[in-house]
Design a protein around this ligand. Structure first.
Ligand code: NAD
Length: 357
């Protein structure tokens, strides 16, 4: 039986369209090699250019339009001239929240020792999966701006940690650790955040009673940031809040080869709504239009997409191909020390992938 996957493309701004094009090329190549899989694509021109033209980041019925897809594949949004909080809240966060994509899966995996700035670290030292809460916490958008512009001005940004939201992300992480037989580390900050993070730690312990087989650790976020750099080998599966996860995974990107190799999936585990796959990097206005953006993070997103649709073999083959191509310096973009264009990396990627099958 042919498995048909409907994908909405939101290439977005800057290098977004350049890298998404390569990911789509990989999906087409998979389709050619696998008689059991077919993809259909529809492109949505939303983003900052759209905003500058029409005053909106996406159509008013955008969420309804996306609802009928199995997955969303996004490049990046954000561009000079449009305030970042508008591009983020009116498109990316709107999709994440409307589709209850409460799990953000960010692999922090070193593929080759030459890509880490850390001395004497190899692939076995840096291989973790960060599970970031993606729907509430510090990014809930709750707060107040009182007495704006007055001397007594007060701004409140409220962290929202519901029992439902906290329990479900922690449970997801325990399940993942159990399934993959890895340890689970919770990262919080209960000493200073005396409501939200005390609650987080309590829920971590409570849910943990159902998973006696999972070995756990708990760190404060400041200590964890230090260990991410000084001793990353101690982390296997990590669960943390929205803000902490955002920051820690950028450290994760820094120790594994930079933003050109970092990916993240926004998952609705119940599959009630489409999940969204995207590279972690932004629209990189400094290199946009030059054809030198590294497409490997966006291609890694395709691997995560295949994993989500239970196409493990393809997911692993894509990762293996990334591991191979990064050994060919000539075929990499300048951020990884090469001279190749985005398009050339995409073409070479497909050559290696096709050879491996
Ligand atoms: N998910 C998203 O859509 C997302 C994420 C982060 C930032 N942004 C937006 O992107 C815009 C630029 O943000 P920024 O400069 O802080 O972050 P950025 O990720 O766009 O760029 C940071 C640096 O990394 C480099 N870089 C990033 N991706 C690369 C790639 N694939 N290949 C080679 N080099 C790459 C850039 O050239 C730049 O020097 C802002 O408007 C920001 O809001 C969007």
């Amino acid at each position: 039986m042919m498995k048909k996957i409907k994908i909405a493309l939101i290439p977005g701004d800057g290098i977004g369209p350049e890298v998404v094009e390569q990911g789509v090329k990989v999906l087409h190549a998979i389709e050619r090699m696998d008689q059991g899989l077919s993809f259909t694509f529809e492109t949505f021109p939303w983003g900052c250019e759209y905003y500058l033209e029409k005053g909106i980041m996406m159509d008013a019925n955008g969420i309804d339009l996306l609802q009928k897809f199995d997955a969303i594949y996004l490049g990046a949004v954000g561009y000079p001239g449009v305030p970042d909080h508008i591009s983020l809240w009116d498109l990316l966060l709107k999709i994440r929240k409307s589709f209850d994509q409460y799990v953000n899966l960010r692999p922090v995996t070193l593929l080759h020792p030459s890509f880490t700035p850390l001395k004497k670290r190899s692939e076995k030292d840096i291989d973790m999966l960060v599970i970031r809460e993606n729907s509430e916490g510090e990014y809930a958008g709750a707060g107040e701006w009182l007495f704006k512009g007055k001397p007594e001005e007060v701004v409140l940004q409220t962290g929202v940690f519901s029992r439902k939201g906290t329990e479900r992300i922690i449970r997801f992480a325990y399940e993942e650790a159990r399934k993959s037989q890895r340890t689970l580390t919770s990262i919080s900050k209960a000493n200073a955040l005396n409501y939200s993070m005390v609650f987080w730690d309590e829920v971590f312990e409570e849910v943990g009673k159902e998973y006696p087989d999972v070995t756990t650790f708990s760190y404060l976020v400041d200590a964890a940031s230090l260990y991410f750099v000084s001793d990353p080998g101690r982390f296997e599966v990590v669960v943390t809040s929205n803000l902490f996860g955002d920051i820690l995974t950028d450290i994760g990107a820094a120790i594994t080869g930079g933003l050109g190799l970092a990916t993240g999936a926004n998952i609705n585990p119940e599959r009630e709504f489409p999940s969204m796959f995207e590279p972690v990097h932004g629209s990189a206005p400094d290199i946009a239009g030059q054809g030198i953006a590294n497409p490997l993070a966006a291609i890694w997103s395709v691997s995560q997409m295949m994993d989500f649709f239970d196409e493990k073999e393809w997911s692993e083959k894509i990762l293996a191909t990334i591991s191979s191509i990064i050994l060919e310096t000539d075929n990499l973009t300048p951020d990884l020390g090469g001279k190749a264009t985005t398009n050339e990396v995409g073409d070479r990627f497909i050559e290696i992938l096709s050879r491996a099958t």
